[in-house]
Ligand binder design. Sequence first.
Ligand SMILES: Cc1cc2nc3c(=O)[nH]c(=O)nc-3n(C[C@H](O)[C@H](O)[C@H](O)COP(=O)(O)O)c2cc1C
Length: 178
Amino acid sequence: MSAKRVVLGVSGGIAAFKAAAIASRLVQANHHVSVVMSESALRFIGPATFTALCGQAPVLDAFDSRYPLGPHIELASNCDLLLIAPATARLLASCSLGLADDLLATLYLNVECPVVFAPAMSTPMWEKAAVQRHISQLRSDGCHFVGPASGWLSCRRQGLGRMEEPDAILSACREWLI
Ligand SMILES: Cc1cc2nc3c(=O)[nH]c(=O)nc-3n(C[C@H](O)[C@H](O)[C@H](O)COP(=O)(O)O)c2cc1C
């Protein structure tokens, strides 16, 4: 298995804490992991977790001075896989519409590598026609999806919308990580 450059996008849902396990497993497999967090993701998990796990601070700002050309350009230019986990309804809509209205959605438009989304949201959100339209559009645009799974949701009910477990997500990505 050769080392790959993975950008792990983390958007703002409860499942964001599981992104730490994904980052850790990728690093343990010798991959180089850059984490990009949405502003809302910061409400669910602290950047220090990813700094420690990945050995570099996550990118939080489209104007991060570590990337003079902009992280949306520099992270995209040598990226083997863009994995967005969890992917919120908002981010999926933004990517589907090509809005480029935040760093993750702008990065999405710049990457030329495979893109994998692991959606996570409540069952009513997942089943909403608008969300399904965006998923269909992204699928036909060539994006890949893992999950969501059924099970316990943070809104205290069982149903479809739970983010897939980290191992299942990584297993779905294995063809791009070898
Ligand atoms: C407690 C809480 C949990 C949330 N969980 C989710 C979620 O699982 N999926 C989702 O799509 N939105 C969820 N949201 C709403 C998003 O945080 C909100 O749409 C936000 O604007 C998403 O921003 P982002 O896509 O830039 O991360 C949640 C909000 C709160 C307050």
